[in-house]
Design a protein around this ligand. Structure first.
Ligand SMILES: [Zn+2]
Length: 404
């Protein structure tokens, strides 16, 4: 089956994940795609392919050489974002995009001045939505590319080492790495096929934590509260104003970190603030966390009782902290991208990836471009040319790695 047909088949299956459900997978429909992928892998002759109870799909393309080539792997996620409708996806192919405004339906259009990504795909064949749903290129472009890679490696094998394949559920709700089975997936390193522009190699991401702060006040009738009332909401204001003013996402970009107030609630007796803390630099990240502790200590001393309770929980860390000790996965991808005639490029992600989590679980895992754009909404589209190039990049990575 060709790459485009695969992609169109996979996006027709609704696999939206749900952040409000605690089970894994969060939605059973993700297993519909999982089952299809397993049966297609079986048809290719990969008998070891299976889906586990949580909807993770795994397979191994066994080595065809005795050379001591370390096993590598490719990973994509099956779920789509809960941020936009994901059922009844009706893709449309635009041949040789002319660089002008694309009319998605009667009321919705996208133009290159508003959506910069369109400037990178002029002349290419695109797959767009009908304006009512997301497309699901995030990450079914990656899924289709890995399946097409498996087909090529099975039908036209050249000498290679073990190649592991993993498809995960619930990536969009931050849980794709949670139950990833590293006992089966024995790659020395892997790539998530979950990036955007072709040629992209992402290997730097934020260090991330969440701070939750509870403020305890003393409520007294305001008519007779002089020197007695302590308003929890006021302590919360004070806390917020003592944090560094310019460490605010509205003032930061690139490698600049931030503390972002994501939630607040309160009454006179109790108030609650939640922040996400982000920085690429581990030292600065730790300093930001220390700021929270110092403000808490100051206010508790000022009020003379435990008015401020703080808990900070780490979410994920920058994968470069691990990769910098062995940049082989990044260098290999750079060489493969150059070899197929493209220019490798890297930017620091202002977020996290499943690959970052997997890296800290012992599987170094940079993220590669797939040719999908404008993720998580109705303006999402994919470039057929770039998806094909992403497939070429994977094959070239395997080829280069087999020669090591
Ligand atoms: Zn994704």
């Amino acid at each position: 089956m060709n790459l485009v047909d695969r992609f169109l088949k996979y996006v027709s299956i609704d696999t939206q994940s749900d952040p409000n459900v605690d089970t894994c997978p969060s939605t059973l429909k993700q297993k519909d795609l999982g089952r299809l992928l397993v049966s297609e892998l079986h048809e290719l002759g990969l008998d070891n392919a299976y889906m586990d109870e949580h909807g993770y799909v795994y397979a191994l393309i066994k080595a065809t050489t005795d050379k001591a080539t370390s096993p590598i792997g490719f990973i994509a996620h099956m779920d789509t974002s809960p941020d936009a409708p994901g059922v009844n996806v009706k893709p449309r192919i635009i041949k040789a995009y002319d660089g002008k405004t694309i009319q998605l339906n009667d009321t919705l259009s996208m133009n290159p001045s508003q959506f910069d990504a369109l400037n990178y795909v002029v002349g290419e064949d695109l797959i767009v939505t009908d304006g009512n749903t997301l497309l699901g290129a995030d990450d079914k472009a990656g899924v289709a590319e890995i399946m097409a890679m498996a087909e090529i490696m099975v039908q036209n094998p050249f000498p290679h080492g073990d190649i592991y394949i993993g498809f995960t559920p619930d990536e969009e709700i931050g849980r794709g790495a949670d139950l990833f089975d590293l006992d089966f997936f024995k790659a020395k390193f892997a790539y998530t096929m979950d990036g955007s522009l072709i040629g992209g190699i992402e290997y730097e991401n934020f260090n991330a934590a969440t701070a939750k702060i509870d403020f305890v006040g003393k409520s007294i009738h305001p008519g007779s509260s002089k020197n007695k009332l302590v308003n929890a909401m006021h302590i919360a204001f004070e806390f917020h104003l003592m944090l560094p003013t310019f460490l605010n996402p509205a003032y930061t970009e690139g490698y600049e970190g931030f503390n972002h107030l994501s939630h607040m609630s309160g009454s006179v007796e109790n108030a609650h603030l939640e922040y996400i803390i982000r920085n690429h630099d581990m030292g600065k990240f730790n300093n930001q966390k220390t700021d929270f502790e110092r403000v808490r200590d100051y206010l508790n001393q000022k009020f003379g009782y435990e008015a401020v309770k703080l808990s900070i929980i780490d979410s994920y860390f920058n994968m470069v902290e691990v990769l910098k000790h062995d940049m082989t996965p990044v260098r290999l991808a750079e060489k493969a991208i150059s070899n197929v005639g493209l220019t490798p490029h890297s930017t620091a992600i202002r977020g996290g990836t499943d690959g970052a989590r997997l890296t800290y679980m012992g599987l170094p895992c940079p993220n590669l471009g797939t040719g999908g754009f404008n993720f998580h909404g109705r303006y999402e589209f994919a470039s057929i040319n770039q998806m094909t190039q992403a497939l070429d990049v994977m094959i070239e990575i395997i080829k280069l790695h087999s020669q090591v």
